[in-house]
Write a protein that binds this ligand. Structure first.
Ligand code: ZN
Length: 126
């Protein structure tokens, strides 16, 4: 399962960041998930809980911010937010665009670690 290996990387990165910060436990992991990341949210949450057990992240909450697909439309000279990921066409003028400005994110944007509040930003590249 794709999400299981991602969860393992997430836990790994977060545990290392917590260790660097001198924390013993991570209580919250904040994650940004783009519409094009190919990750099934439920499966990721499920995998995360399993992988996190017996680590510094045991029982940690996974807070996921889902980001829609955003393209840049040249004729309109502006960015456009798309509802789904089936079409890469501007919702205003219907011009297709391959200029993706948002939607591929899969990154940890913050951790809450025990005794130290919010830690650092930690990008993740699967
Ligand atoms: Zn347009």
């Amino acid at each position: 399962m794709h999400e299981l290996s991602i969860a393992m990387q997430l836990v790994d990165v977060a545990a290392r960041a917590a260790e660097d910060a001198g924390a013993e436990r991570v209580s919250v992991v904040r994650l940004r998930l783009g519409a094009l990341s190919g990750v099934v949210r439920d499966a990721l949450e499920f995998s995360f809980a399993i992988v996190a057990a017996d680590t510094a992240l045991a029982g940690a909450q996974l807070q996921i911010e889902e980001l829609p697909l955003v393209i840049y439309c040249v004729p309109c000279a502006r960015k456009a937010t798309l509802v789904g990921i089936s079409s890469f066409r501007c919702p205003s003028c219907n011009t297709p665009s391959g200029d993706i400005r948002q939607g591929r994110e899969l990154e940890i944007v913050g951790l809450e670690i025990m005794g130290a509040g919010v830690a650092q930003q930690q990008p993740l590249h699967p």
